[in-house]
Design a protein around this ligand. Structure first.
Ligand code: FAD
Length: 583
């Protein structure tokens, strides 16, 4: 029942494009034939990446007017929150990855995947340059370009601009801050290969330390695990390693267990400093009890083959210590392709692509950016809010009705929504949370008072502006939001659903992206987890660990990975971790 299908379609520009889908099954054949029939009406969307943001976008996109081309060097989606569990054999690598073709084959829209890396985005010519990841032995096959300007797509401002769309969701890379010796001597934990490499190294370290003819000092050096960065990833890895020692090493390598040491180096005054103070304090105490040494205010200056050099905060004195393995986990920075694109569009001095609240890259109408590679330009949002006030003042010259006031405040809320969770001051939050709840007849004075409250709140907000965190939660919500916008693009062109436009008349087509913080976890080892849930609700202990298990199982991208992850957890409970080295 397998056959080869060639589809040739005439596009709006009159050019011909041919593509082949080899070994397509019957189900796909019908879909491609349908795609052919409607090809001339299709709108081109190029998606860069197969991570959280891109995967959620693809999963939620269901309008068949789009022709989607996905470009990514990774042909699978990776469930990153479980990467630390892979490093010590709690969960298998294959359990947390899902082939992207499994995800797109279930779609009723025309999606094609190219295993390639995007090397350049050329917004002036609406072109994407790519290099195939697989070695093809031919430069012609290896390098190719994708045009996204030959199909009609509604861009942001006009309904009929003849340009397609690119969605940049390439994530970020590890930031080494150009620290000497980090590349080459340290491990990173970003991709599945990294986790597998760490796992092999951890097991190798125990096997090496168990060899005869080693001095005590040599065994200690081999079994000294250093984690640089006390953020959630570094802390979780240290906790995983500690559990591995306690639960498996004591049984399997009893002769070397006393030589093991775990050190966490953190440049600031606390680990987990993006969490509530109660969690930070608990984690530091727990690590102290578990003999995990936490060195606060410790900045790494250099890493050599055998030693890691640090400088204490406020002092010029450097100290060094021998190590067996270092995990570098100090945050993220932009990928080269994003840096290059930012330079081209005049954002060269930024750390991530600046977008507006509709996730459109500032200054480039038909390019969207989401996930770790992008950040919403909060300052621009504030400028817009100020402009709404000015406009309201000018329009109403002091005679604002309740309805008008509600419209304005709802408008402000929409603009403001994505940052509200990051504001520490509760009164400010209250003002912005539900302005439409102003009920009853409002006197002119009370409305003016409320506007004054808004204004003073705004000046407070201005000093507290923070970017959205680079998390899967944000990327996931942005992907789902953008897919929803794309699904309704045509409909909303006719009936805009968003807030009123600040400049000019009419409404925006969509409500701006609104981030809903669902909470965050920090596994601390010993089946204990700290959970910080919405409303500043903090829970630490075994019950939160069960919450962690259930949420991470439910968030799996497919039933296949869900079944694999849960069976890995059960296997570990019954049989312990898998300590075979080369798996
Ligand atoms: P990614 O998921 O990184 O995806 C980027 C995609 O782009 C990949 O498919 C990559 O192959 C592709 N790509 C790269 N370069 C190119 C190129 N040149 N051309 C085309 N494609 C390219 N967040 C949470 O919310 N909760 C957690 O518990 C959590 N735990 C984490 C644990 C670890 C160890 C790590 C590393 C991260 C964790 N995060 C967590 C953060 C979360 O993984 C990221 O915020 C999220 O992956 C960002 O999604 P993204 O789509 O922007 O990028």
């Amino acid at each position: 029942s397998l056959s080869k299908i060639i589809v040739v379609s005439t596009l709006s520009s009159g050019s011909l494009i041919a593509y082949s889908e080899a070994n397509t099954n019957n189900r796909n054949r019908g879909r491609v034939a349908h795609a052919d029939a409607v090809a001339s009406k299709k709108k081109k969307v190029v998606v860069l990446g197969t991570g959280w943001a891109a995967m959620t976008f693809l999963k939620n996109l269901n309008n068949c007017i789009y022709e989607v081309e996905v470009v990514s060097p990774r042909n699978f989606f990776l469930f990153t929150p479980l990467l630390p569990s892979v490093t010590c054999g709690k969960v298998e690598a294959r359990s947390i990855v899902e082939p992207i073709r499994n995800i797109i084959r279930k779609k009723n829209i025309d999606v094609r995947y190219r295993e390639a890396e995007c090397t350049k985005i050329d917004p002036a010519n609406n072109k994407i340059y790519c290099r195939a990841t697989a070695n093809t032995n031919s430069k012609r096959q290896e390098e190719f370009a994708i045009d996204y300007d030959y199909l009609i797509i509604y861009n942001n401002l006009h309904a009929s601009d003849p340009i397609g769309t690119t969605i940049i969701a390439v994530g970020a890379q590890v930031n080494t801050f150009n620290t000497h010796g980090v590349e080459g001597n340290c491990h990173f934990l970003k991709e599945i290969d990294d986790a597998q490499k760490i796992r092999r190294n951890v097991i190798d370290a125990f096997e090496k330390a168990s060899l005869p003819n080693l001095t005590e000092e040599e065994r200690k050096k081999i079994l000294h695990f250093v984690v640089v960065g006390g953020g959630p990833t570094g802390v979780e890895f240290a906790a995983e390693l500690h559990d591995f020692m306690n639960e498996d090493v004591v049984k399997l390598y009893p002769m070397v267990q006393n030589f093991v040491k775990i050190t966490v180096l953190e440049a600031t005054d606390h680990i987990l400093n993006m969490f509530d103070k109660r969690i930070t304090k608990f984690a530091e105490h727990k690590f102290g009890r578990d003999n995990i040494e936490v060195k606060l205010g410790s900045m790494v200056t250099k890493v050599t083959e055998n030693e890691i050099c640090t400088k204490a905060k406020g002092s010029d004195k450097t100290t060094s210590m021998p190590y067996g393995m270092v995990l570098w986990s100090t945050g993220i920075g932009p990928r080269p392709i994003v840096k290059d694109f930012m330079k081209q569009i005049g954002q060269g001095n930024r750390r991530a692509l600046a977008t507006d609240e509709w996730l459109r890259v500032e200054g480039v109408g038909n390019v969207y950016a989401l996930g770790d590679c992008a950040t919403i330009n909060q300052r621009k949002v504030m400028e817009d809010i100020t402009e709404i006030f000015k406009k309201a003042d000018a329009d109403n010259s002091g005679t604002l009705t309740l309805k008008e006031f509600q419209d304005i405040s709802n408008d402000i809320c929409e603009r403001y929504s994505q940052m509200q969770l990051y504001l520490k001051s509760k009164p400010v939050r209250n003002i912005f949370d539900r302005p439409s709840q102003v009920k009853g007849k409002a006197s002119k004075e009370s409305i003016e008072l409320r506007i004054e409250e808004f204004k003073s709140a705004l000046s407070e907000v201005d000093t507290q502006l923070k970017n959205l965190p680079a998390t899967a939660q944000v990327a996931n919500q942005q992907g789902a939001y953008l897919a929803k916008c794309f699904n309704r693009m045509e409909e909303c062109e006719i009936n805009p659903e968003g807030p009123t436009r600040i400049r000019g008349t009419g409404r925006h087509r969509f409500r701006p992206f609104r981030y809903r913080h669902l909470g965050q976890f920090a596994p601390l080892g010993g089946e204990q987890t700290a959970a910080q849930l919405p409303g500043d609700w903090v829970s630490i202990g075994h019950s939160s660990k069960w919450l962690w298990y259930s949420i991470y199982a439910s968030k799996q991208v497919s039933w296949r990975t869900r079944a694999l992850v849960v069976s890995d957890w059960i296997r570990r409970f019954i049989f312990g971790r898998d300590t075979s080295g080369d798996t």
